[in-house]
Design a protein. Sequence first.
Length: 208
Amino acid sequence: MQVYRLFIFMYFVSCVLVSCGEKKAKRPFVYFRNYSRTFNDLNNRHIDAAKRLGIEPLASSGEFKRASRKLKKISSCGLYHVDELTHSIPYLVPEAYDLLEKIAENFKDSLRAKELPGHKLIVTSVLRTGTSVNRLKKKNLNASSNSAHIYGTTFDIAYSRYKRKGSKSETRDKLKTVLAEVLRDLRKQKRCYVRYEYKQGCFHITVR
């Protein structure tokens, strides 16, 4: 009987040791598909939301202090990086500011959950004035005066560039997938409208 009990005990111990030594199998990474089909909110949706929540368009940056609504300045931080802005100024209405923070926080949390290296999003365009729109038209023939950017409700986030936070980096396709999943979820929650801009290499996002 004692020999039998000893055998059972040793068997139990060996099973525990084996199970402790096993590593959880890492789930295969699933890439996002159909960006254009998923993020297809047309300009009229962005404009309608922008007019409802945004400021009266500004002719120039000199009119900033006379904006019809309070604006919040965005600047590079631990969550995102503000690119060198050549045709916009770094201000958003509070609702859009909070949305940007939420997107960046969710992106950070999702990277951690997927055990991917830390990266920061890059904001490439924010509030445009009449002057900046005219300058942009000279560079980009497709630029329009009827853009949600003039209301302070809209910003662009690059999908092909990211700021690395440590020594390790990750492929752009994986980072793009994570960002797309974050935007898809917030869009489903009716927090924003999103358009995938292939030629500009960004997601065009307007708060709702």
